[in-house]
Design a protein around this ligand. Structure first.
Ligand SMILES: [Zn+2]
Length: 369
């Protein structure tokens, strides 16, 4: 019988700290230097937090693949497993000529350590890559539900009614528009859901710094960000937010299954999303003189009503802080962990296989002259 399970289940860490150690150890074993960019805040146990950064291949490569995990902290473990597994499987020894890979491990280290989607300032980092000197996008839909997401609001004292509340929204708007209503991003409520912030976050500044070192040397850049928790269980959907030649190139490299919620659905149509402030757009602006191909890998887990209701409950409990019943926030966060990195070995095998496939396609695309 052929063993189709993940080659080394040890690549999947149980928490952010061990994932960070695992990533550093994998790099060190291959004599690859790791920059630990220390976050200003400690982890829940008072230990330092860092984003770990490693470079593979020639420093002067004209082709660069950037692979990022943990933009949404809760989703860091599947991305970490892909990064660690890519290194330990020996793939760095087979890079094409003139090609480098920049691995950015846990770009949102606070969110990874606290098992939160958001960062230390409640910012959804994928709504934070905006030009803050320009007027910020306005969201007229989210304010209609903001108060309900607070403790004592429509979801109950501590979010215990999140499921029925979400069910009501879905009955009224449909699931796609409900996701957009809650997740599109907003800049009015710092304590709200999918808050995009008012300035560039620590994580964004770090990513922009490390990705643009010697940027005049880069001719072709691919940006791959790894997420989980959206889409059918075990299905790794690639998402592009670009149009025209960039979208055509993305599908040429990665296949026709690349989905584009801006281009494939008309405004007003279910499934259409603008996602202002996404890091993919931010990355396009970083390299105005290079050919840039940004793509997001979303590894599906449980159904959106399940994951979203639990995220809303966690948001409510996080705001309630010490007023919430003891242990409830921790319990919800551990359930959320399963919803973003299922223990099922076949899900993990699918995540690993898809991650390797996408990295292989990205490296081939960068060398498709
Ligand atoms: Zn995500």
């Amino acid at each position: 019988m052929i063993d189709t399970a993940v080659p080394n289940s040890d690549w999947y860490s149980s928490d952010a700290v061990s994932a960070s150690q695992r990533f550093s150890a994998a790099c060190t074993a291959r004599s690859i230097a790791v920059e630990a960019a220390v976050h200003p805040l400690p982890d829940p146990h008072g230990r330092p937090l860092s984003t770990d950064i490693a470079w593979f291949g020639p420093a002067n490569a004209s082709r660069l693949l950037v692979v990022v995990s943990g933009m949404h902290g809760l989703e860091c473990l599947p991305g970490s497993a892909i990064q660690v597994g890519w290194i330990e499987s020996g793939a760095p020894d087979h890079l094409p000529a003139d090609t480098a890979v920049l691995m950015v491990h846990q770009i949102n280290p606070w969110g990874c350590a606290y098992q939160r989607r958001f960062n230390e300032n409640n910012v959804d980092l994928n709504r934070n890559f905006l030009d803050f000197s320009e007027p910020l996008p306005s969201n007229t839909k989210y304010p209609t539900v903001h108060d309900a997401l607070k403790p004592g609001g429509g979801m109950g004292d501590f979010g215990e009614q999140a499921g029925p509340f979400l069910g009501g929204l879905v009955a009224e708007h449909g699931i796609e528009d409900t996701i957009d209503l809650l997740m599109a991003g907003q800049h009015q409520f710092p304590d709200g859901f999918a808050y995009g912030g008012q300035d560039a976050s620590w994580s964004r500044a770090l990513l922009e710094r490390v990705a643009t070192i010697d940027k005049v040397l880069r001719r072709r850049v691919c940006y791959l960000e790894i997420h989980s928790g959206l889409g059918p269980y075990g299905y790794g959907q690639l998402i592009s937010l670009q149009f025209g030649a960039v979208l055509a190139r993305t599908r040429h490299w990665f296949g026709q299954w690349v989905f584009n919620p801006r281009a494939d659905r008309k405004p007003g149509e279910a499934g259409h999303r603008e996602v202002p402030g996404h890091s993919a757009d931010g990355f396009m602006r970083l390299f105005p003189d290079a050919e840039v191909t940004p793509v997001t890998l979303e590894m599906g887990t449980y159904s959106p009503p399940e994951t979203l209701a639990l995220l809303m409950r966690e948001h409510c409990l996080h705001q309630a802080a010490d007023a919430a019943p003891a242990g409830e926030l921790e319990m919800v966060r551990s359930q959320l962990q399963e919803m973003h990195c299922p223990a099922d070995p076949e899900w993990r095998a699918a995540n690993w296989t898809r991650g390797m496939q996408v990295i292989r396609q990205a490296l081939a695309g960068l060398n498709d002259d």
